[in-house]
Design a protein around this ligand. Structure first.
Ligand SMILES: Nc1ncnc2c1ncn2[C@@H]1O[C@H](COP(=O)(O)OP(=O)(O)OP(=O)(O)O)[C@@H](O)[C@H]1O
Length: 514
């Protein structure tokens, strides 16, 4: 007997969303209430108008909505969600003269955080605001010196660092962070406080809510509410048992630095192209009178100018079809997605053993060190690399100009994954194509999955059989070389592993010293 899956009930406030499709792009010079300094900054970024989601969010923040409700923004990949929250936050903060941390943006990965920081850094300085980054890209000491201002030492006076805590000040107004590094600063950085926080942005919300990441969310919510309105008694006891005594307890009522004004409510903005509707997940955010902003009637929406294709082939011939397709696409920037870090490595190695394809192909995956990944991403952005073979590390949020094609080498398991992968192309109103390689037995599942995004008729894409035949010899030779490469990598790993093991067994003290 078939067991029917129970659908999750939709929260009442989600039933009457604001439809972003009702808004039109607006020319920069006609944009209402925009600070002229920000207009200049946007112009310098090469933006002449603001996208519909940016206009819609502006309406709810700087416009008549006046930031009175927390916003849940569900809008397609590449529609400009980053600027949609960055612009109103920066404009709103520009009227304050006291420097303290007032906006926190949390993202799930370092590369995404770096990208978002760049957007803030392009507009915030125009109105005298500074932006910090807490992602673990540099040492914690370097990060602290960027984020916290120490008092000027007077000649001849020696300060005990324990005594100057109250003199420490934030150097930044806006902080872009990943959860891990954020927690490090909350737990250990003297002078780091969230007590003045006015805006909390949770970008890629569904991904961030999926994992606890050291309970960053209950911690931030706890630290940003006044002592009197302790809505989370359980969280309180959890926090004190987990972290011991936290140093940054938000005060209620009159705030230091705000000249007797009571502290404003913490405004939350949560965003994704595939925003969760799960009430228990959304409850974690403790949203205030939330407003859903979404695009169209469908829950999932693909970018308007995205063309999807399916390419059917035998499983064992997939590399051949992939190479034939890549050759057809020529030098167009392209991301090839696989289902795991291991197959990313294997596929990229195989492609590079194919002989000279005239295309520079690199790997980008969670198996690699961050520095290596950043270097590869830079080359890809600069066009020195045309094809990235990637695990799902690249799936969400990454914005690389000029990516014309996405190829699903492995069929994604969920529609959400398809949406985020495909969304690396066809961004900012540009055209793009997403090809999915399928075995004939996978066609039905693929069709069913895409129906969830209203994309039922995905046309076939075929590569000429002559191209496949002409690649066969090179393929067989590459397969042989792949075997050798994999074996030599494995033996290198074993050697390195046993050496490391020996070292760790015989010289524990030396290692500690080193
Ligand atoms: N008003 C604008 N005019 C021109 N380009 C813009 C504008 N706003 C944003 N963009 C560009 O659009 C691209 C996509 O923006 P962004 O990364 O914010 O999309 P997103 O909606 O967050 O996508 P994702 O869901 O994949 O994270 C970026 O390259 C950005 O520079």
């Amino acid at each position: 007997m078939e067991v029917k899956k129970r659908s999750t009930p939709i929260l009442p406030w989600m039933r009457s969303p604001v439809d972003v499709n009702q808004f039109e792009a607006c020319a920069l010079n006609l944009f209402p209430c925009l600070d002229p300094r920000l207009e200049v900054a946007l112009d310098k970024m090469g933006f002449s108008s603001l996208f519909p989601v940016q206009v819609a969010v502006w309406q709810e923040t700087i416009g008549p909505g006046a930031f009175e409700r927390d916003l849940c923004i569900n809008s397609p990949t590449g529609s400009g969600k980053t600027l949609a929250y960055a612009l109103p936050i920066v404009q709103k903060l520009s009227t304050r003269s006291v420097k303290c941390l007032r906006a926190l943006v949390v993202l799930p990965t370092r590369d995404l955080a770096l990208q978002v920081k760049e957007v803030f850094a392009a507009i915030a300085p125009a109105v005298g605001l500074s932006v910090g980054l807490a992602v673990g890209q540099s040492s914690i000491a370097d990060e602290i010196s960027e984020l916290i201002k120490r008092p000027k030492l007077e000649a001849g006076i020696c300060y005990d660092p324990e005594d100057v805590t109250c003199e420490l000040q934030s150097s930044v107004d806006i902080l872009v962070a990943t959860p891990g590094r954020l927690m490090d600063h909350i737990n250990s950085t003297k002078g780091f406080t969230l007590e003045h926080l006015c805006y909390l942005v949770v970008d890629e919300t569904d991904r961030l809510l999926r994992e606890a990441y050291q309970s960053w969310l209950p911690t931030v919510l706890q630290l940003t509410q006044s002592n009197e309105e302790s809505l989370f008694p359980l969280a309180n006891s959890f926090l004190s048992s987990t972290f011991g005594s936290l140093k940054t307890i938000r005060r209620c009522g009159v705030e230091r630095g705000f000249k007797g004004k009571s502290h404003p409510r913490l405004v939350k903005m949560v965003l994704s192209a595939t925003l969760t509707q799960d009430p228990s997940k959304l409850a974690q955010l403790n949203l205030h009178h939330p407003l859903l902003m979404t695009t169209g009637k469908r829950r999932y929406q693909l970018p308007e100018k995205l063309e999807s294709y399916k390419l059917i082939c035998e499983s064992n011939l997939r590399p051949l079809y992939l190479v034939a397709l890549l050759q057809e696409l020529g030098e167009e920037k392209c991301i090839v997605f696989t289902s795991s870090t291991e197959s990313t490595h294997r596929l990229c190695t195989l492609l590079n053993l194919f002989g000279d394809l005239g295309i520079k192909i690199k790997e980008y995956s969670g198996l690699q060190r961050q520095s290596r990944r950043s270097k590869t991403l830079k080359s890809f952005r600069e066009g020195k690399v045309q094809v990235l073979v990637s695990s799902d590390a690249m799936t969400r949020g990454m914005d690389v100009q000029g990516v014309r094609n996405v190829i699903n080498y492995d069929i994604p398991a969920y529609i959400k994954t398809y949406i985020h992968r495909a969304g690396r192309t066809a961004r900012a109103g540009q055209a793009g194509r997403c090809f999915t390689l399928l075995h004939k037995y996978e066609v039905k599942r693929f069709k069913k999955m895409l129906q969830k995004a209203d994309n039922e008729s995905v046309p076939h894409y075929s590569v000429p059989s002559s191209s496949i035949e002409s690649l066969r010899a090179a393929y067989n030779s590459a397969l042989g070389k792949l075997k050798e490469t994999v074996e030599s990598e494995a033996s290198r790993k074993r050697k390195f592993g046993s050496k490391f093991l020996k070292l760790s067994r015989t010289k524990p003290t030396d290692r500690r010293k080193g």
